[in-house]
Design a protein around this ligand. Structure first.
Ligand SMILES: *[C@@H]1O[C@H](CO)[C@@H](O)[C@H](O)[C@H]1NC(C)=O
Ligand SMILES: *[C@@H]1O[C@H](CO)[C@@H](O)[C@H](O)[C@H]1NC(C)=O
Ligand SMILES: *[C@@H]1O[C@H](CO)[C@@H](O)[C@H](O)[C@H]1NC(C)=O
Length: 443
């Protein structure tokens, strides 16, 4: 007679238990797959012979580690698909599919050899380019698994994967002139298929990324995707007290191959004047603004090892520097530099050799990027220091290209959502460097 109530009691007791176990199980599986990182981290080293900055990611199925030349202004990730691209998760972008429209890739390609990664019919294509020394080609747009480490800002955390990360297939001949072992380039442009936007979209990260390049020959600098903190040993958050300036648009593409009407997806800032030892140098203001034909202005680049200046700016800067540094004995110049000095009795400071400061004055007189000796002087041999700027010719496309050496041991944060650059100036003042991120995983 008690059966029905007992039964129903048993059910009502058992159900929550099973339900809870089930829930636990589901949430366990769920959390494994949907751990949502706050930020991602990639190491960046400097290649001693080419002065290129190298990073690596894991891609494909099974995953392989690929070495890439970092290209801050590069439109997208491209890798060589001609040689050794084996992956069961490779997926060509079919014409008019979502990746093609995100990439603004019009047209529809055919390939007249055996199908393989980089060679499929009815796919859209892009123009992967070796931005170090020029060659470009056409290549299939594609998707594959990319796997990187997440971070809490202090250590690397769990590895996370993007199952369909968009990239372009390049060819082996594009690798010529890239650092040994590199099989492609990591394009960090502000385009929607630039790596920062793809990572941000995949994990709903803040649309920000930061670079901190190291000067240490055997150290690792870092790229962070996502928001701060960015912590360097000994526990210094280098993202505090940044100085901000707007990122500017250039209406005409600066890529090696582009379609009429494409804007530039590189990072331009508004240098308004230049000071050497707090004194203005005379520069043609017209060279400093970005014109409607895309000429002029100032961009930041990691494929130029040193800052490149239009000849008239170069002459004004080096002339003022030599005058202000008259205490430094000149010695024969060492290419690519035009001004070298005997540094024997020079001594040093926390921020490098004691030489006149160089300020890039930005959107307001109060906002400037100060370049100290550590970023202006290059040690080319014992006792010989050269001013690390090079002459870019009379009428270059971009008047000032701030190159890698001037970026080392500085934090630069690019905020794509608000179009602004945050920069730290030399971290050496704060007694840390870009090679002080703790790459020991916390998991
Ligand atoms: C693409 O289609 C053409 C015929 O239109 C064919 O000859 C070729 O083998 C195909 N290529 C691939 C990679 O399937
Ligand atoms: C300044 O630069 C512009 C190019 O942007 C050039 O057309 C002009 O002649 C230059 N002015 C002087 C005084 O050199
Ligand atoms: C680096 O991080 C690891 C993992 O959290 C920690 O055990 C180690 O002490 C850290 N190293 C330094 C020098 O702080």
């Amino acid at each position: 007679m008690f059966t029905p109530p007992f039964k129903s009691m048993a059910v009502s007791l058992q159900f929550p238990l099973i339900f809870t176990i089930l829930l636990l199980f589901i949430s366990f599986c769920h959390s494994k797959h949907t751990f949502r990182p706050h930020a991602l981290v990639l190491p960046v080293s400097k290649d001693a012979s080419t002065h290129q900055y190298l990073t690596h990611i894991k891609q494909r199925t099974p995953l392989v580690s690929i070495k890439l030349v970092m290209d801050l202004g590069g439109l997208f990730l491209w890798v060589d698909c001609d040689q050794g691209y084996v992956s069961s998760s490779y997926f060509p972008a079919h014409c008019r599919s979502a990746p093609c429209s995100l990439a603004k890739a019009n047209g529809c390609g055919e390939c007249f050899s055996a199908p393989k990664p980089g060679c499929n019919n009815n796919t859209c294509g892009m123009f992967p380019a070796n931005t170090v020394n020029g060659p470009a080609t056409s290549g299939e747009l594609a998707q594959d698994v990319v796997s990187v480490q997440s971070t809490n800002g202090k250590n690397p955390g769990p590895v996370v994967s993007v199952p369909h990360f968009i990239f372009t297939c390049g060819s082996t001949f594009l690798l010529e002139g890239l650092a040994s072992g590199a099989t492609g380039m990591a394009g960090l442009s502000k385009a929607k298929i630039g790596m920062p936007s793809l990572f941000a979209a995949a994990f709903s990260l803040h649309r920000k990324f930061a670079i901190c390049l190291t000067s240490a020959p055997s150290g690792n600098g870092v790229i962070f995707f996502g928001n701060r903190p960015y912590l360097m040993q000994p526990n210094i958050d280098i993202s505090t007290s940044l100085i901000y300036t707007p990122l500017l648009n250039n209406p005409v593409s600066t890529a090696p191959v582009y379609s009429q009407g494409d804007p530039s997806y590189e990072y331009f800032i508004g240098v308004k004047s230049i000071l050497v030892n707090n004194k203005h140098i005379s520069v043609n203001k017209s060279l400093l603004s970005i014109h409607s034909d895309g000429f002029g202005g100032t961009k930041i680049s990691t494929v130029n090892p040193y800052t490149v200046l239009a000849t008239s700016i170069y002459n004004a800067l080096t002339g003022a520097f030599v005058k202000e540094a008259s205490y430094l004995p000149r010695v024969a110049s060492v290419a690519p530099f035009g001004f070298c000095f005997n540094s024997k009795n020079l001594g040093s400071t926390r921020v490098g050799p004691p030489v006149p400061s160089i300020d890039l004055v930005l959107h307001s007189k109060k906002v400037f990027w100060r370049i100290f000796g550590a970023n202006s002087m290059v040690q080319v041999s014992d006792n010989v220091l050269c001013l690390g700027f090079v002459d870019g010719g009379l009428n270059p496309r971009t008047s000032i290209v701030i190159g890698g050496y001037q970026l080392e041991d500085n934090l630069l944060q690019f905020d794509l959502a608000t179009s602004r650059l945050g920069f730290s100036s030399s971290l050496l003042f704060r007694q840390t460097t870009c090679s002080n991120f703790n790459f020991t995983s916390s998991v």
